[in-house]
Write a protein that binds this ligand. Sequence first.
Ligand code: HEM
Length: 416
Amino acid sequence: MQALIQWLSGPAVPNTFPYSPVLHEFHLSGKHFVDKSLLSLLDSARRTVAGQPPGSDDATSRELTDFLDVALDKWDGRYDYRSYLALRLLRLPCGAGEQTLGAQPADARRARDQLLVRLVADTLAFELAAAAHTTELLPQDRPGPEVVVKRCRLGIRAVTPALTRLGVADSIATGHPTVVAASLHTIADDLAGPGDPSLRLSMLPVHVTHDEYLFIRVLQGYECLFAGVADELRAAVTTLAGKTPSAAADRLGYASDLLRTAGPLFSLLATMRSESFRTFRQYTEGASAIQSRSYKMIESLCRAPQAERLDSVAYLSVPEVQAQVRGGQPTIDETYRSAVSDGRLTGAADILVQRQMAAFADALTQWRRTHLRVAVRMLGSRPGTGYTEGTPYLAAVSTLPVFTTVTTEKPGADQS
Ligand code: HEM
């Protein structure tokens, strides 16, 4: 607090902002319980930064503003899924004014792989530090040593495909999962470049329960994957509308792989104790992944949602996506159908695209089923934090067809 008062009484230069003491205060109680006087000072800091003329260090100033917006979401009455996960700080899709990772498609794929590896490596590093009693962060309900080993094993499995794509899978140590996890942390540190998003600023749990760290990082990891999948699907739509629609098969294949190989992330999350989850979720009301922009982009890029769903809480929770759908956002379903009816996609090329669409539909359906299973286990019959009745909503949406032109059951068969 003293450090913040001092900073405010000086020139308030963004790159000297006392992040560490502020984070420490938040971590002592959890964001939900932070002292109002600290929040008031942070609000003054935000006004001060907003009033400063644009300078040479705009990136630092933007990072500070984004951090303050995340720290003050409950104070402002704006707390939601995107602010809970600090998506803007991680440069993941979160609506207006967002900055994304990587300018070119290859850069974006690489940047997302790096971020995913860093997020998982960071959560395993936290598990190891807690087990070694070298951190006081989130001290409530620490897991036992067997769970820590299991988390290490599953976390490593979840990032192995990304490590392979990044060409660093061979650098990782072999042996006991905790040794491998420690080496993953070193590799992840090396992957981070000077302008990359700061992970430490993106961890503001609402409470002091140990497992909330894992929960936040797994959600952030999935957001990273969803953003990548949405990019691939957008490219598939453009390709299907162009001269060589068969090239969409590669983008669909990449998207399926991203979703499918991330399965161990759910297994990692499933190691969370449901009692721990229920403890911290008392303070996450209003933040639900029903507000995930990238997930709804994925769904609506595959095919246009029916009016009933578009008008429901599912899309009311993501107004920008709802507006894009209403504005006639092209879909894979529709561009595929046109490519076939125009005679641009025929024979073996058509079958190849159909197969990849069916594989993607399979991967997404599988994701939905796994999500439902984990949610039932953690939540039981309690309502969701996104104002649905909870798992009955998930059960209903898990059977929604991904495409209307191709189903998951009959890859290769023409059902249009
Ligand atoms: C403890 C684990 C989890 C539980 C209990 C859970 C529960 C729920 C519930 C009840 C909903 C319905 C909306 C609401 O009222 O909140 C929902 C929606 C959703 N969840 Fe989860 N969830 C969990 C983990 C995850 C993870 C790790 C992700 C990955 C990002 C995720 C992504 C989603 C998405 C995208 C939706 C919106 C689905 C739609 O609108 O069709 N969830 N979740």
